[in-house]
Design a protein around this ligand. Structure first.
Ligand code: GH3
Ligand code: MG
Length: 533
């Protein structure tokens, strides 16, 4: 219900913005807008607002040639808009969100067909909105994001085919079925429509008894596909693709509405690796599932949680400022941290850290994610099991001290594997990491790799038969300060003369092959914390 109210509020707001640019509007335009809203309110079951519109309509006439100035029409729309102002936390937050009624958009100028279908579908659990012209249909398609579109082949202003070409790409991306409907079904019309991407071409009159199961079928397929492409299988949270789409939608609202505000939280489980290590990955998976499940039960209907990667999640809180979002996370924290997970005879509790950024003006999605990530970084560094708000911790976030990982390895696959791994794990010892690779020590020394302000970890592969490894290590130790360069060597065999030479040349650590990239990270974490913190 709240969603519909917000939708109506936004519709009116957009119209106000649009009309403000005009010297005047015609009475017919005003009447048409109110009538469309009345039709929507009917299906949204917002009776009071509908009655208000009906009162307004009593004084308007389709044939009037009166022009309305802003001082006349604005108070009317503002009064109507007030009906849709959503009071905060009216919904019971402990209730899980309700399954949404599917929303159908019928674009057709055949009044008899529309009234009949709307009535029939609404009594069968659908929400139906209608557009009598192609132009209106196009506007509503982008505004209300219908779950399915019924499109008339012949429309009064633009034909169905040209409308189809304008909506088909978005419909395809969102798996929104489009059904073409026409009283005149020819093979040529069908071929053209199918080629352009309609799911079905249906002749009028429609047999409603067949149509309903047919419609349900189409919708359940489209829902299933959407679910699979946008949902994370393990936790049931949305995936990153969904989050990116939602973030774009939220940013659009920021450009459309002056005071629109939303928040994004980046959330990460604390010491999750040790949960896996101690209780096994299966237990780790259960923790992840429960983590999301608790949030889904507490959240407000419009909040969405998405799995950003591994044990990191993002949450979008529409129409919510940073403080409100933090309060919501606090409820989640209390509930989730209170859960006692049981493994054998042991009980354990899990915590999480979060970073929030609130957005009131147009920014880039990337920037918002970076801000939330910085706030999360702050929360982790301030002791974990807490939430940091980007706007308040901004000053405490120190400029990032980058750590450079320099890999010298003659095997191109090893160099690539290392770069790939650390691109997805860009922190070592909690410092942001940058990777540079070289085939030989000579190449490294020739390059301008060093800067006295930066900390370095050199990873030198000594498993190959090259002779310049020891020379490289010796030269680095003799010609550069030792304080900001840690050297680790990779070796196949510890008990060799070269290894002994290397250790004498003052390497800090060695790792014996074969190893997993993850093992290197763990070793580097320790080394970096010991040497550079
Ligand atoms: P921090 O408090 O700094 O976040 O420490 P952490 O141990 O949570 O972070 P780190 O990034 O070192 O480890 C994350 C671990 O999450 C490593 C990875 O194996 C594990 N992980 C990622 N995805 C899954 C999954 O789907 N299931 C399980 N069980 N583990 C996962
Ligand atoms: Mg973690």
């Amino acid at each position: 219900m709240e969603k519909n109210q917000k939708l109506m509020w936004r519709r009116i707001d957009r119209k106000i913005d649009m009309w403000r640019g005009e010297e005047y509007i015609t009475e017919f335009e005003l009447l048409q807008f109110l009538e469309q809203n009345r039709a929507m309110l009917q299906s949204f079951h917002l009776e009071e607002a509908k009655r208000l519109i009906e009162q307004f309509l009593l004084f308007l006439s389709e044939t009037s040639d009166k022009n309305w100035t802003e001082s006349e029409w604005l108070p009317l729309l503002r009064q109507l808009q007030e009906e849709f102002t959503v009071e905060p936390s009216r919904e019971n937050p402990s209730q899980p969100s309700q399954e949404k009624q599917p929303l159908l958009l019928i674009i057709d100028d055949d009044m008899e067909f529309i009234t009949y279908m709307k009535n029939y579908l609404e009594t069968n659990g659908y929400q139906v909105i209608v557009a009598l012209t192609g132009r209106k249909g196009l506007e509503l398609f982008y505004e209300v994001h219908p779950d399915l579109v019924l499109l008339d082949y012949v429309l009064p202003d633009i034909d169905g085919i040209s409308l189809l070409t304008q909506i088909v790409e978005k419909a395809r991306n969102e798996f929104t079925p489009i059904m073409m409907v026409s009283a005149h079904v020819s093979n040529e019309h069908k071929t053209l429509s199918y080629n352009l991407g309609v799911w079905d071409f249906i002749g009028k009159p429609i047999n409603k008894d067949i149509f309903l199961p047919f419609l349900n079928n189409r919708l359940s397929y489209s829902r299933q596909i959407l679910k699979q492409t946008l949902q994370d299988e393990l936790t049931g949270a949305y995936n990153r693709k969904f989050m990116e789409r939602e973030l774009t939608n939220q940013l659009e609202l920021c450009t459309e509405q002056k005071d629109y505000c939303f928040s994004l939280a980046m959330v990460d489980l604390d010491h999750f690796k040790s949960i896996n290590d101690t209780y096994g990955h299966h237990m780790g998976d259960q923790v992840l599932e429960r983590f999301v499940d608790v949030f889904q039960k507490l959240k407000d209907p419009d909040d969405t949680i998405s799995r950003y990667g591994g044990e990191e999640f993002t949450i979008l809180f529409p129409t919510t400022d940073g403080e409100e979002a933090a309060a919501k996370l606090q409820k989640w924290r209390e509930k989730f941290s209170g859960i006692a997970f049981v493994s054998g005879n042991e009980e354990f509790h899990v915590h999480f850290s979060a970073g929030i950024t609130e957005t009131t003006s147009m920014s880039h999605g990337k920037e918002i994610l970076e801000q939330a990530d910085k706030a999360l970084y702050h929360a982790k560094h301030s002791g974990r099991n807490r939430t940091s708000l980007y706007s308040t911790v901004l000053e405490d976030i120190e400029p990032e001290e980058e750590l450079h990982l320099v890999v010298v390895d003659e095997d191109p696959r090893a160099r690539k594997a290392m770069t790939d791994y650390f691109t997805t794990h860009p922190f070592v010892g909690e410092k942001p990491l940058k990777v540079k690779t070289f085939e030989t020590g000579e190449q490294l020394l020739k390059s301008r790799w060093y800067d006295s302000e930066t900390d370095y970890v050199l990873l030198v592969d000594m498993a190959g038969q090259r002779k310049d490894d020891i020379e490289l290590i010796t030269q680095i130790r003799n010609s550069y300060p030792t304080g900001n360069i840690a050297i680790t060597i990779l070796t196949e065999d510890v008990e060799t003369e070269r290894m002994e030479q290397a250790l004498r040349a003052d390497v800090d650590d060695y790792i014996v092959k074969p190893f997993e990239a993850e093992e290197i990270k763990t070793r580097l974490d320790v080394l970096v914390e010991r040497m550079f913190d």
